[in-house]
Ligand binder design. Structure first.
Ligand code: UDP
Length: 325
């Protein structure tokens, strides 16, 4: 089969590209390299390479041309990372709203199955342990730019779902919780690559706030096969599925684990949110998924625990530091 992956040169997209190519499929990537890089999808010697189109998902004509040529679409292109959303709010909204609209409409026009990647951020401040797909969104006031990501992604889900209902679009929505692994940059805010980079440099790890906020991390190599299975499984059509890790951890404890695993003497430092974000910034205090729906439908069960995730990110960063030096 031939797949279009929007954002295929990004962190998750590049892992998905390698996975599909290893299964013998052809991959067409549409990416504007805002946060992704062509280096992410460099071929290992002798293996087939994806075809890459350098362009934006907001270019509806280009999206239409790419979609016409494929059998299915993974829509991963998005403005990501809390730093990006805070600093480039308008551009992020444009990408996350207009880009998705263009992809959904093209998939509908060409009758091509679509997987839309959404985010656990849509649950916002809902701190229930074991968030399920029908749980309420609890978002702060719109002028606080943080919520613009959840707002845009929620609208994306509504657009996709409405096309399934009104136009019989074959679409499935994957709500990704914190996804981590080799190749992820800490530049846009993501905590594990940031902590690992700081630890390997012997610096203190920057824990935002009091560190009591809780997350579940899932290895990208557990997430990617789930995305493929969700797109392939006929019974997922028109539905939303949580995809995330199963081991809740406080961020201050995460920092200690990163220091222990990497052997860093740097310790941790608590940093107030307003050193990085606008005044009044509210972090999500507790975000833990219930993935029973994905488990029942596609057998989703993460296999890599948090220590393995941290070790794999550290090994990757060490390897790249060696290559650069
Ligand atoms: N975080 C932190 N220090 C950092 C980066 C992030 O304490 O240098 C915290 C952040 O405030 C959040 C958690 O780590 O509570 C996860 O952040 P990330 O941006 O990876 O994902 P989020 O869950 O916020 O989307």
């Amino acid at each position: 089969m031939r797949f279009l992956i929007t954002g295929g040169a990004g962190f998750i997209g590049s892992h998905l590209t390698r996975f599909l190519i290893s299964e013998g499929h052809k991959v067409l990537i549409l990416d504007n390299f805002s946060t992704g890089s062509p280096k992410n999808v460099d071929s290992e010697s002798g293996s087939p390479v994806p075809e890459i189109v350098d362009g934006s998902v907001c270019d509806a004509e280009l999206v239409d041309r790419c979609t016409r040529e494929v059998d299915a679409v993974f829509h991963l292109a998005a403005a990501v990372g809390t730093f990006t959303i805070a600093r480039k709010t308008i551009e992020s909204l444009r990408t996350n709203l207009h880009g998705t609209e263009a992809v959904v409409e093209a998939a509908c026009r060409h009758r091509v199955p679509l997987l839309l990647s959404s985010t656990s951020e849509v649950y916002g401040l809902n701190a229930k342990t074991g968030l399920t797909e029908d749980d309420d969104r609890v978002l702060g006031s719109p002028p606080h730019s943080r919520w613009s990501y959840a707002e845009a992604k929620s609208v994306d889900e509504t657009i996709a779902h409405a096309h399934a209902v009104e136009h019989d679009l074959d679409v499935v929505i994957a709500r990704l919780f914190n996804t981590v692994g080799p190749g992820q940059s800490g530049e846009y805010g993501m905590v594990i690559p940031r902590f690992v980079r700081q630890a390997l440099a012997g610096e203190p790890l920057t824990v935002f706030g009091d560190g009591s906020q809780v997350r579940c991390f899932c290895h990208v190599l557990d997430v990617v096969p789930a995305l493929v299975a969700l797109l392939r499984e006929p019974g997922t059509r028109g539905q939303v599925f949580n995809v995330g890790g199963s081991e809740p951890v406080r961020i201050d404890q995460l920092a200690r684990r990163v220091n222990a695993i990497t052997g860093s003497p740097g310790g941790i430092v608590h940093v107030p949110y307003d050193a990085y974000f606008e005044p009044g910034y509210r972090d999500t205090p507790h975000r833990v998924p219930d993935c029973a729906k994905a488990r029942a439908r596609i057998g989703f069960r993460p296999t890599r625990d948090l220590d393995e995730i941290i070790r794999s990110v550290a090994a990757d960063q060490r390897a790249h530091a060696v290559i650069r030096s």
